[in-house]
Design a protein around this ligand. Structure first.
Ligand SMILES: CC(C)(COP(=O)(O)OP(=O)(O)OC[C@H]1O[C@@H](n2cnc3c(N)ncnc32)[C@H](O)[C@@H]1OP(=O)(O)O)[C@@H](O)C(=O)NCCC(=O)NCCS
Length: 180
């Protein structure tokens, strides 16, 4: 299954190209971008992530698209839909997510891409609901969820099963949005 490209006012959400791998590895090695994850990624880990995202597109026809600025064709990160691979009280589910290179923050790109991903999920994919989650302290990502109209019930906060007990990143918030 190929999966479509999504076009917004300023962004192109497309399948990954070999040339994306280097700037993607650079952003995954940036401690500021990876502040709310257990560790920055090595080049090999970053490349494996691209491989697994691309395998997901082939399998299910959606995924975390490579995000490119339409003005200049610069690769700035990823955004889109994914299926969490761990079990929690809200799985199985489809999540909306984003990760942008530091210089691209502060322009509304994550919100613009997230909105396009939700429209795709609720439109052609006919999903009934989409979730999003992040560690409690990830204020910027939570702000994107809130700008997208997602809602948070503190009673649904959860401990991420892939993060060690005692790690301050373990506690996660869950946001949900239903099909319009
Ligand atoms: C999470 C992340 C994508 C958020 O990026 P962001 O740039 O803060 O979010 P948006 O793209 O929605 O941009 C919103 C900001 O752009 C500003 N902005 C400027 N022009 C704008 C426009 N035309 N439209 C909307 N917002 C605009 C907003 O005022 C807001 O600024 P603020 O941060 O001062 O409040 C980014 O911080 C990131 O990649 N973090 C690391 C990875 C990560 O943690 N991912 C989530 C894990 S679950």
């Amino acid at each position: 299954m190929a999966g479509p490209e999504l076009v917004t006012e300023r962004l192109l959400l497309r399948r990954w190209r070999p040339a994306d791998r280097e700037p993607f590895a650079a952003m995954n090695a940036d401690p500021r971008v990876m502040e709310h994850f257990p560790a920055p990624l090595s080049r090999a880990e970053s490349d494996e992530l691209v491989d697994s995202i691309e395998a997901g597109f082939e399998r299910q026809g959606f995924g975390l698209w490579a995000v490119e600025l339409r003005d200049g064709a610069e690769f700035v990160g990823f955004a889109g839909l994914a299926v969490p691979s761990f079990e929690a009280h809200f799985t199985p589910a489809v999540e909306v997510g984003w990760r942008l290179a530091r210089p691209a923050w502060g322009n509304g790109y994550a919100t613009e891409a997230g909105r396009a991903a939700l429209e795709f999920g609720f439109g052609p994919r006919e999903l009934a609901e989409v979730v999003s989650f992040t560690s409690v302290g990830n204020r910027r990502s939570r702000a994107v969820m809130e700008r997208l109209g997602m809602s948070h019930d503190p009673g649904e906060d959860f401990d991420h099963p892939r993060i060690e007990p005692g790690d301050p990143l373990r506690r996660h918030v869950l946001y949900r949005i239903s099909a319009p």
